[in-house]
Design a protein around this ligand. Structure first.
Ligand code: GUN
Length: 291
């Protein structure tokens, strides 16, 4: 069994990005600039955004955090999005989700200029990704692709089972795995799939993105499979100073001995997600997707 070290891989990629940014700046080019909009004080979102700002520093990007209280109107948030769309100093920006209930997330996502949508959530980017055209690709699935490639996990002709069909992870993951280059045969399972265990037992690669801690158990995994765990549920842990710890969708302890490759939680997919956002910001700064 080989452990896929997302933390180490992400650090290596950040160094690669930083070297490229240093070369750009030395050539007199603009330093890429990422803006994050954070609405309210959700604990998870605060942590994610703080980590994104920190990663920007490591990569040599300019970063700006725009905070708003959770009573901001949808109109005001849309005006902020328009301002960033029109600001030539901003290469890419994200609106951290979830948003308060009175704000329509879809409307906000669609208001972002696809050329600055470094989250890859805009339907134009999702559509372009789906047809294999240059696009900003959603960070978590792109991070998983990078891990599979950097660890030389065989994918061509393999059966990949994706558990979960979210717009951010499951669905784009299934599209990417089936594309030329990765060449997997893909099955998507979700909450209404009756025989997930039998399907998983046929998988060479399992991507668990269902948000249920410990969902994938050893009896669902065949010997020699590769298991990618996207789950990051906070569970109570009185032994941790924070009072909680992250638990993945995979029963790691019992599944790991059966695997060819497996990602841990934390330290697997999570660090790669932010790294992919950094890569998208670099692409935005270089105008590499939309020329
Ligand atoms: N909330 C959870 N993950 C993400 C992400 O990747 N981007 C944004 N904007 N919000 C999130």
């Amino acid at each position: 069994m080989q452990l896929i070290d997302g933390k180490l891989t992400a650090a290596t990629i950040r160094q690669e990005i930083a070297a490229e940014v240093a070369a750009m700046v030395a050539r007199g080019e603009k330093r890429p600039h990422l803006v994050a909009i954070l609405v309210g004080h959700d604990g998870g979102s605060e942590t994610y955004v703080a980590n994104k700002v920190k990663a920007c520093e490591e990569c040599g990007f300019k970063s700006t955090l725009l905070r708003h209280e959770d009573d901001i109107t949808e109109e005001a948030l849309l005006a902020e999005v328009k301002r960033l769309n029109d600001d030539p100093d901003v290469d890419g920006f994200i609106v951290q989700l979830p948003l308060p209930k009175h704000i329509n997330e879809e409307k906000v996502t669609e208001a972002i200029d696809p050329r600055k949508d470094v989250d890859g959530f805009h339907p134009v980017n999702v559509g372009r990704m789906t047809i294999g055209a240059p696009a900003f690709i959603s960070a978590t699935p792109q991070g998983i692709v990078n891990l599979l490639q950097r660890y030389n996990v065989p994918t061509a002709g393999k059966h990949a089972v994706v558990i979960g069909r979210s717009n951010i992870v499951g669905r784009p993951m299934s599209v990417l795995l089936s594309q030329k280059g990765l060449d997997c045969t893909v099955t998507v399972c979700h909450s209404r799939t009756p025989n997930i265990k039998e399907i998983c037992l046929q998988a060479d690669i399992i991507v668990a993105a269902i948000g249920k801690p410990g969902f994938v158990t050893a009896d669902m995994v065949r010997e020699g499979a590769t298991v990618i765990d996207v789950g990051t549920t906070r569970v109570t842990d009185s032994t941790s100073p924070r009072g909680w710890r992250l638990k993945g969708d995979v029963d790691f302890q019992n599944v790991a001995p059966k695997c060819a490759f497996i990602t841990p939680v934390p330290g697997g997919v999570g660090p790669m997600t932010i790294c992919s956002l950094m890569h998208n910001t670099l692409l935005a700064g270089k105008k590499a997707i939309y020329k």
